[in-house]
Design a protein around this ligand. Structure first.
Ligand SMILES: NC(=O)c1ccc[n+]([C@@H]2O[C@H](COP(=O)([O-])OP(=O)(O)OC[C@H]3O[C@@H](n4cnc5c(N)ncnc54)[C@H](OP(=O)(O)O)[C@@H]3O)[C@@H](O)[C@H]2O)c1
Length: 524
């Protein structure tokens, strides 16, 4: 007891420690990053590992081995990572002394992942480092390369003996973390999964969905299942509909070639938004362990009513932005972006109406939209409750509308992470005038502490061998199964693009999608 109190005091003295559980100890191990010369390593992975180091959350003996084709000495690699840290993680405390202590765990091995000798070189270096640091063959491999290298790397790891299949009750090393995207469509995802399972068992595979590492996304579970007052209302009897919005003002930011292959469905819907919806819609898991939670999320996907060629046009809307204005500045249309075809049919906006065929959600429409170059950058889940059964108050609102919508609970994922509940009050004065107000909780002001990044949380969980916040094979498959018919339908039926101006809220068809059931998108 005394120990936990003193730990709490120590934590409060260190702003970095807030939000992470200090008692979690990791055994000595080596963390190997493939693609160590890449953007994600510099921008996210190194800052996350450094933040864990500064919080004392890495094991005493820890090795980070970076590998990619470019030749670096250990020293040159350390310098490149220091530069990246200073550039991309200026909010983290940095002193030369702390950097030197961290940098002494960083190593580099040049290797081409397409060759056998590459893996032999990595193996030799790792075994020398194991000896030097006592990491004893405990290896976690992080695949931060282009998706076309995932399979060659996993096969190379298998062939060189760097990874072997382990049983569930054995220590789960080696582990392999796989970046997104996992497959380009249902067939390629199934193929990738099948081939990975020839080398690894499911409990050794950590498929990253960085949305699941976000504090606000994890808070959905706590909000729903640690408070007894909301769950009784969380069903078709009280909820009218749910709106999920993921809007960005950004365009494709020089990643036109990638986006041409991806589009809104693959980039956001199949992975992040499906995970988000599953957390909002799932049944309470029987325990807070990885498999119980992932079982419940998977049941939600199994309950989604599949869309078919006959129902897609009625339930799915696509859009592509043309030129317009974002925050007063003129921006080009998608087809004018570098590496985008003049006649591109890629959707930069997608909105879906989902129907969940189970007892809890039957008849409750779930609307989801995602888009680039929209009017505002915001990600939220809005739960819109039913109107009171008998309306006593009919005051017009400031827009002259007499039907005032009911209570709305909003879980804002980004920016200004928090939760708000809209409710009716009487405006002070001689008349009974109803005013709608928000009861607000904001993460930033409520806790006043730094929020760990998603990558910090996910890397730490992986080092601990906790896959709760990683996508399981069956979820990825079910999600692709739902999205694939829409992708195919859109590929086979061209549309007249562009159909929305940059800086707007998407195509008119998106509003019509909700209007058919008497709903409107929230004004954000
Ligand atoms: N960047 C992001 O913000 C972000 C966000 C979410 C997900 N992701 C995912 O993360 C992964 C990595 O993205 P990234 O942006 O970091 O890509 P990237 O900048 O292209 O980095 C990949 C690195 O892989 C190395 N590489 C290429 N071919 C290789 C080979 N044959 N053998 C060994 N190494 C090789 C390259 O270094 P050398 O030339 O030195 O070999 C390159 O620097 C992708 O799957 C992406 O979808 C990225």
């Amino acid at each position: 007891m005394t120990g936990s109190i003193s730990m709490a005091v120590e934590n409060s003295a260190n702003p970095l420690l807030a939000g992470l559980e200090p008692e979690r100890q990791v055994e000595p191990l080596s963390f190997v990053i493939f693609g160590a010369n890449g953007d994600l390593t510099k921008r996210k992975l190194i800052p996350a590992v450094y933040a864990l180091f500064m919080q004392g959350l890495l094991p005493r003996s820890f090795v980070l081995l970076g590998t990619s084709r470019t030749h670096f000495s250990h020293e040159k690699f350390r310098n490149a990572m220091k530069e990246a840290l200073l550039k991309f993680a200026s909010d983290l405390p940095f002193t030369e002394e702390s950097w030197q202590r961290f940098a002494s765990s960083l190593y580099y091995q040049a290797a081409d992942s397409g060759t056998e000798t590459g893996f032999e070189d990595i193996k030799k270096t790792l075994s020398a480092l194991d000896e030097k640091h006592g990491t004893n063959g405990r290896h976690v491999f992080y695949l931060s390369t282009s998706p076309s290298l995932y399979l060659p790397i996993i096969k190379g790891l298998g062939k060189s003996g760097l990874v072997v299949k382990t049983r569930v009750n054995e220590p789960a090393y080696p582990r392999v973390v796989i970046e997104k995207p996992f497959g380009h469509d249902l067939a390629s995802s199934l193929n990738l999964d099948e081939q990975i399972h020839e080398v690894l068992r499911e409990h050794q595979i950590y498929r990253i969905d960085h949305y699941l590492g976000k504090e606000t996304v994890q808070n959905i579970m706590v909000f729903r299942f640690a408070n007894a007052i909301f769950e009784p209302l969380w069903n078709r009897n009280h909820i009218d509909h749910i709106q999920v919005t993921n809007a960005e003002t950004l365009g494709v930011e020089g990643r036109g070639a990638y986006y041409e292959e991806a589009g809104a469905l693959r980039d956001m819907m199949q992975n992040h938004l499906m995970q988000l919806m599953a957390l909002v819609l799932m049944e309470p898991p029987i325990a807070m362990d990885a498999e119980s939670t992932r079982d419940e999320k998977n049941k939600v996907l199994k309950s989604l009513r599949p869309l078919t060629a006959a129902t897609i046009d009625e339930n799915a809307v696509r859009g592509q932005y043309g030129p317009g204005f974002i925050l007063g500045s003129q921006v080009p249309g998608y087809r004018q972006e570098p590496s985008v075809a003049d006649s591109s049919q890629t959707a930069t906006f997608a909105a879906l109406k989902l129907s969940v065929d189970n007892w809890r959600w039957s008849g409750v429409p779930i609307y989801v939209r995602t888009g680039k170059r929209l009017a505002k950058s915001i990600t939220e889940v809005a739960v819109v409750f039913k109107d009171p059964p008998h309306r006593l108050f009919e005051n017009p609102d400031k827009h002259g509308q007499t039907h005032i919508p009911g209570n709305v609970l909003v879980m804002q994922i980004q920016p200004d992470e928090g939760i708000s509940l809209k409710f009716a009050t009487k405006q002070p004065g001689p008349n009974t005038t109803v005013r709608w107000l928000n009861m607000d909780f904001k993460y930033g002001s409520a806790f006043g502490t730094r929020t760990p990044t998603a990558y910090e949380r996910l890397i730490l969980d992986c080092l601990h061998g906790d896959p709760s916040l990683f996508a399981r094979s069956d979820f990825v498959e079910a999600s692709w199964k739902y999205i694939q018919p829409i992708i195919e339908h859109w590929e086979n039926n061209a549309l007249d693009f562009p159909n929305y101006a940059a800086g707007s809220w998407g195509p008119a068809a998106s509003d019509a999608l909700l209007a058919r059931t008497g709903h409107t998108w929230r004004r954000l």
